[in-house]
Design a binder for this molecule. Structure first.
Ligand code: ACO
Length: 325
């Protein structure tokens, strides 16, 4: 007997060239490097160039993930882009990435779960593979969040950045007694009653504009640590593991204090926590695959490691995925 699994072939990340430092932000709004670093642990963020779209960032990350995987674009039959900042209202950014990769077959669609988008997209791609709808998927988190920021609002503009990360996963039939590999378990949650704690005040149906990010920061903070730890425990339970089994924790990079709070509550040593929020800021759906691509490229995450991904964001949405690398 065999079991169908989605195994990880490779990851890649891309950050736009332009870096915006805290000092530069302090010249734009009433803030300081000290305040930003102390409250959220961010030093700098990358900002997409004029005319550089979410699909461009996603495409660069996808090319790197394909290269790292040794997989050609032609072999991909599912593209999911997790994004809150699509190029257009439609078609999906995934369709545009598909076109830019020269792919004519398979499926392409976007997932909108804000900062949890990548975890939602990975769980979706894993389900499609396990249910026989796809064999090799490109799962991308890509954002040009800078386009929906009010650059005069110091309470939000210091927090976010642009970027993209991508992962190639593929169907494998593993013998029942073979060592486990790939996506082991996922848990996804949402509670729309919290929609107005973190939202964008525009859209095609309401204002006909893209709108800007609004956030009740302390409320988001209050919910984050509990929701993150809860979904991490659920995911571990599903797969029959405990926190002590984890080699790496790759959380959504929203805020150093939220990451440390969740790590402490889980009882994880800080050496096992991948942190890139200082140099990437919060890149929403791109943050988890970007952090992963850094930790894989620098040799921290290795074949056989047990890795927990998690994210929480607007909706609220939250979720986690446990992976055997
Ligand atoms: N620079 C200087 N002062 C600021 C800034 C800034 N960039 N932003 C807010 N302040 C001021 C406020 O105006 C307020 O001043 P006041 O007391 O004179 O009114 C003061 O700082 C305290 O404001 P609070 O909002 O109460 O500040 P708090 O200590 O809660 O920190 C923060 C704000 C950092 C946003 C915090 O609430 C937080 O980390 N929340 C989580 C939000 C988050 O990470 N969101 C990311 C998206 S959600 C996700 O991805 C999970």
């Amino acid at each position: 007997m065999t079991k169908t699994r989605s195994i990880i072939r490779g990851v890649g990340g891309y950050l736009p060239e332009k870096v915006l430092t805290n000092a530069e932000l302090a010249a734009m709004v009433d803030t300081s490097d000290e305040w930003i670093q102390q409250r959220v642990g961010i030093k700098e963020r990358h900002i997409a160039a004029e005319g550089q779209y979410t699909s461009d960032l996603g495409l660069e990350a996808a090319k790197k993930a394909l290269e790292a995987s040794g997989v050609s674009a032609d072999d991909i039959d599912l593209i999911i882009v997790a994004t809150t900042t699509p190029d257009y209202t439609f078609p999906s950014t995934a369709s545009i990435v598909q076109m830019k990769l020269g792919i004519h077959h398979g499926m392409a669609f976007d997932i909108q779960a804000v900062c949890s988008g990548f975890v939602y997209a990975l769980a979706t791609a894993d389900s499609y593979i396990k249910n026989g709808l796809a064999t090799r998927a490109l799962v991308i988190g890509a954002e040009t969040f800078s386009r929906i920021i009010d650059w005069t609002d110091r309470t939000t503009c210091v927090l976010f950045g642009d970027g993209a990360g991508a992962m190639v996963i593929e169907k494998a039939e593993l013998a029942d007694d073979a060592p486990e590999q790939g996506v082991l378990a996922s848990a996804l949650r949402s509670d729309g009653h919290h929609w107005d704690k973190l939202y964008v005040d525009g859209g095609p149906s309401t204002t006909g504009t893209a709108g800007h990010v609004h956030m009740q920061g302390p409320e988001v903070f209050r919910h984050a640590v509990g929701k993150i730890t809860d979904v991490v425990y659920s995911t571990l339970d599903k797969a029959g593991y405990t926190v002590a089994d984890l080699d790496w924790f790759v959380p959504h990079q929203a805020n150093k204090r939220i990451i440390e709070g969740a790590g402490n509550k889980l009882g994880l040593p800080s050496e096992k926590v991948v942190m890139t929020v200082d140099i990437h800021a919060n890149t929403s759906a791109a943050s988890v695959p970007l952090a992963l691509s850094v930790a894989v490229a620098d040799g921290r995450i290795k074949s056989g490691d047990l890795v927990m991904l998690e994210a929480m964001g607007g909706g609220f949405t939250w979720g986690a995925s446990l992976i055997r690398w």
